[in-house]
Design a binder for this molecule. Structure first.
Ligand SMILES: [Zn+2]
Length: 539
């Protein structure tokens, strides 16, 4: 029974484990520009977090959002942004219209040129346009919008008193020529007025049956790093997003009967989201809400009535996840956490956004809740604890999810195992579980010259021999091997230090390797999993 159950679990968990993403790589973007992997100079950690008093004083002057969360104010032991880096600031007014499934958005972006270069142009990503007719997603999916127009129609862009224009460069990437040079360390206020059409799709960006998942709807600047723009067009595999920590002040105007779940804390009709990588929301007029809290973190689950059984289990899992991860990774820095439950596209278990996760539900859940409650519970917990782990790995510790997606997915997967182990699940053996999953790869070999860990989303999309799922499952094994080698206590101490070191920053494979290489004798492992990386090859 146990063995059979496990095999069944493996087969079914192919969906759950991959959580935020799809494996299918049947969609290609049009003219894809895949920028060369940017090699980051080895920098010592200390100089990364170079927080001179002078810089901090500058920060205070540039603190565009004067708001503090209750957990921050109460002096709780939470992770704090100590990067000394100046953040972009977004102020949005969003009018949601149910009849036309559109958003009318007024956006003020205060962009900080934190680089040493003067800038004459900027690059932006408009993800909803991946769903426009003729582009990426829509090519193969007949259910999305038939409109000839782009999903995002920009009505005006103003910098000072100058009208500006976005020009499509490739896929979802747009350029903007600045009216005047933006000097290093200067800031720029960009006012945008645009309309977003939400497609009829079971998707993280889409609506179905009156419920709206609204992820990645904001026009966001690409990251300028190492002297170039990280311009990565959206691709329909994984989570093709790469954004910096910023502050958001957002007002969402929806008809009164619509309930809203969103990133950030709602105060006087406005959402305040500080130190987050993105802002997403969900709205529905027919969902139910179930609430609880853990250590001052308000947790809300939004669910269709008949899925109450899922909501209850998800809430239980969320509380336990915060209990475990706060301890292991450092205190969750925000006040709120929302879980929404909607039908999502096939193969997707859930999707993470800062302070908000979207969990997939299906009729099968209700069947299993009745026939095999243990299996049902496992499914809910595995997805929810995976997406909550992303609050730390992707959210707090950011990474380039397009070029190095293994960095957050491997930790989210390993966190599932830690969650199960730490929550005292009966007879739970991390090693056995991981080995059982690894059997999925027994007949699959990646191309000889390619490590999945060193592959980007475009390669996963193109090369059928490269399994995107490997970064999850082999990723989980990779961290487990490090854990085993160092021993639980030492490993968890180092992992906590890793999160603190890169909190509110973006980690790279190079930074990962530089952090871990002296913590133990990992040379052999690194060579096995990360071949093709310059540092590893030189080891
Ligand atoms: Zn994930």
């Amino acid at each position: 029974m146990k063995k059979r159950n496990l095999v069944f679990l493996i087969a079914m968990s192919m969906l759950a484990l991959t959580s935020c993403d799809k494996f299918s790589s049947d969609v290609t973007t049009t003219t894809m520009v895949v920028p060369e992997e940017s090699i980051v100079e080895e920098t010592t950690l200390k100089s990364e977090v170079e927080t001179t008093t002078e810089k901090l004083e500058q920060d205070d002057e540039l603190n565009f959002m004067d708001w503090k969360g209750k957990r921050e104010k109460s002096g709780k032991d939470i992770l704090k942004n100590e990067t000394g880096r100046r953040k972009n600031y977004y102020e949005l007014n969003v009018d949601f219209d149910d009849k036309s499934s559109t958003l009318d958005i007024d956006q003020k972006l205060i962009y900080v040129n934190d680089s040493e270069d003067d800038l004459n142009e900027m690059y932006f990503n408009i993800i909803p346009n991946a769903y426009s007719k003729g582009y990426a997603y829509n090519k193969k999916d007949k259910s999305s919008s038939d409109s000839d127009k782009d999903m995002t129609c920009v009505q005006s862009i103003k910098i000072g008193d100058k009208d500006c224009k976005l020009t499509r460069v490739s896929g979802t990437v747009y350029s903007l020529t600045l009216p005047e040079t933006l000097k290093s360390n200067d800031t720029l206020e960009i006012l945008m007025d645009y309309k977003v059409t939400i497609p009829k799709l079971q998707n993280r960006f889409g609506y179905y049956d009156g419920e709206y998942n609204v992820g990645n709807f904001i026009i966001t600047p690409a990251i300028y790093e190492n002297g170039e723009w990280a311009c990565n067009p959206y691709v329909e595999v994984g989570d093709a997003f790469y954004t910096e920590i910023a502050d958001y002040k957002v007002k969402i105007n929806a008809p009164e009967e619509f309930k809203i779940a969103a990133t950030g804390t709602l105060e006087d009709g406005t959402y305040y989201a500080k130190d987050v990588r993105d802002f997403a929301f969900f709205t529905s007029k027919k969902c139910e809400v179930m609430s609880d809290s853990y250590d001052d973190i308000d947790i809300n689950v939004y669910y269709p009535k008949k899925y109450k059984v899922n909501a209850k289990e998800a809430l239980k899992c969320a509380k336990k996840s915060f209990e475990i991860y706060n301890e292991l990774y450092g205190g969750y820095p925000y006040d709120d956490f929302d879980i929404t439950m909607t039908a999502q596209s096939q193969g997707v278990g859930g999707m993470e956004y800062p302070g908000l996760i979207m969990i997939s539900i299906s009729e099968d859940d209700l069947k299993f809740a009745k026939t095999d409650r243990e299996y049902f519970n496992e499914q809910v917990h595995d997805v929810v604890c995976h997406e909550i782990a992303h609050q730390w790995f992707y959210g707090i510790v950011g990474d380039d999810e397009i070029n190095e997606p293994w960095l957050d997915e491997s930790y989210a997967n390993f966190s599932e195992k830690l969650y199960n182990y730490k929550s005292g699940k009966k007879d739970y053996d991390m090693g056995n579980i991981i080995d059982a999953y690894m059997t999925l790869f027994k007949d699959v070999e990646p191309p000889k010259d390619k490590s999945e860990f060193m592959s980007n989303l475009y390669e996963f999309n193109k090369d059928k021999d490269l399994l995107y799922m490997a970064i999850y499952i082999k990723g989980g094994k990779f961290h487990y091997e490090m854990y085993k080698q160092l021993g639980e206590e030492e490993y968890l101490k180092c992992l906590k230090e890793y999160v603190k070191t890169f909190a509110f920053d973006e980690v790279t494979t190079e930074k990962f390797l530089n952090f871990w290489k002296d913590k133990g004798d990992f040379k052999k492992m690194f060579k096995e999993y990360l071949y093709g990386n310059e540092i590893v090859d030189a080891m």
